[in-house]
Design a binder for this molecule. Structure first.
Ligand code: ATP
Ligand code: MG
Length: 396
């Protein structure tokens, strides 16, 4: 069992004052996510590095699962704490460590000692040599390679504890959520929008989400699918406030009053307007969508021009230049794909025209929207009043 985890994070761009903001946000995020698993843990900054110390029994796989989903972490190193601080004790622990952690004993290695405890009786080079020799004696099938070792055994001599670690498990990289403001994700049940949310959250942006629901045209299962997708994204992005808006009346009204080949664009424009209203109320600095140029009729340059016009705040479209296959690959990697492809109708597939305009003219669209002028403002208010907020990730 490992008693501690060393958290590695990228330090580029986190110099000076930013470094503290970055580290503190990372510590907060780690503490918050570890509440999702059984066990007692202490997360602390020690000499400019972040450690998780375990204070009780816990499940290793759960621990790794939590830590490898936190943005800002580039790698996690499971650490064993050595009880006996004499060089003989360290040697013995290192031999046991290699015995227990490497089944195939035919790799090259090197010992790399750090010595924050300057009072330790041996220098770091002496410890390198002594531990290397002990390991090699115990396992003669290993070989030392100081230039390009397959396994780097780290020994860290601290005053209170001595650590040994060698394994590095890859994290997602990026920046800790909370270091870069907040944005509102338009989250549908499709493949794209969860990936879009993931990508923006990876830059340290805290995300809230909004889903436009159209009961009874969309089922309870379609809504549950969106909740499930939000849960998967929240494993990386932390707690997400998911707003569920009843969009049915607006959709029916547009259907009744506007040319059917313009339905998708006009609906999308109202989604943007409502999303912006919720975003403003919740201190968000932008909207996020899963759009990509040319993917469907509603995402041609002209369609995006018309949709973008509906929002005045910045709209972030992190997938804009991606092919569908690239987005699918990413969604598989982050774990949303299997949920996204479940076959429940989302609101746009019901009201979708057979031949939607692919080159909408914004002026014509705006003219069509005049047909809505009688009731649309009050309907937007009513839709906003249906806002049901679910806190995703709290009881994950
Ligand atoms: P996705 O896989 O994200 O559903 P898509 O390829 O199906 O994308 P569209 O249906 O054209 O694309 O939607 C484009 C974007 O508009 C989505 O990525 C999402 O951000 C937003 N969107 C679409 N429908 C909804 C909805 N019902 N609720 C919230 N946002 C939506
Ligand atoms: Mg969709």
């Amino acid at each position: 069992m490992f008693q501690a985890y060393l958290i590695k994070y990228a330090e580029i761009g986190v110099k000076g004052k930013n470094r503290y903001v970055f580290e503190d946000a990372l510590v907060t995020q780690i503490r918050s996510n570890l509440r999702r698993i059984e066990g007692e843990f202490k997360v602390s900054k020690i000499n400019g590095r972040i450690f998780v110390h375990t204070l009780s029994e816990y499940n290793y796989d759960e621990m790794i699962d939590i830590l490898t989903h936190i943005f800002g972490i580039i790698a996690v190193c499971p650490v064993q704490v050595i009880q006996n601080h004499t060089i003989e004790g360290i040697n013995e622990a290192a031999v046991a460590y290699v015995r227990d952690n490497y089944e195939d004993k035919s790799f090259s290695f090197k010992v790399d000692t750090r010595r924050p405890n300057k009072a330790y009786p041996l220098t770091s080079m002496e410890v390198d040599a002594r531990v290397g020799e002990a390991v090699l004696t115990a396992f003669p099938s290993l070989r030392v390679d100081v230039h390009n070792p397959e396994v780097l055994i780290h020994i860290e001599l601290r005053k209170e504890d001595i650590y040994i670690y060698s394994k590095e498990i890859k994290g997602p990289g990026g920046m800790p959520v909370g270091t870069n403001g907040k944005a509102m994700l338009l989250l549908s049940g499709g493949i794209d929008s969860p990936v879009a949310g993931y990508m923006i959250a990876k830059r340290g942006v805290h995300i809230d989400a909004v889903y436009f629901n159209a009961p009874p045209y969309t089922s309870e299962r379609a809504k549950q699918k969106v909740i499930d997708l939000a849960k998967i994204v929240s494993r990386y992005a932390g707690i997400i406030y998911l707003h569920i808006i009843n969009f049915t009346d607006i959709q029916l009204y547009i259907y009744e009053k506007c040319p059917h080949d313009e339905l998708t664009i006009i609906m999308r424009r109202y989604m943007m307007k409502i999303a912006q209203a919720i975003a403003e109320k919740n201190d968000c600095l932008g909207l996020i969508t899963g759009e990509s140029i040319g993917q469907v009729a509603s995402q041609t340059m002209k369609s995006l021009f018309a949709t973008d016009d509906a929002a005045t705040m910045p709209v972030y479209r992190p997938l804009i230049g991606f092919d569908k296959q690239e987005i699918i690959d990413l969604s598989k990697q982050i774990g949303t794909y299997e949920t996204s492809i479940l076959p429940y109708e989302d609101c746009c597939t019901i009201f979708v025209a057979k031949h939607p305009v692919t080159k909408p003219n914004l002026n014509i669209i705006k003219k069509s929207e005049l047909n809505l002028s009688e009731k649309i403002d009050s309907m937007v208010e009513e839709a906003l009043a249906t806002d049901e907020v679910l806190i995703i990730g709290k009881d994950y």
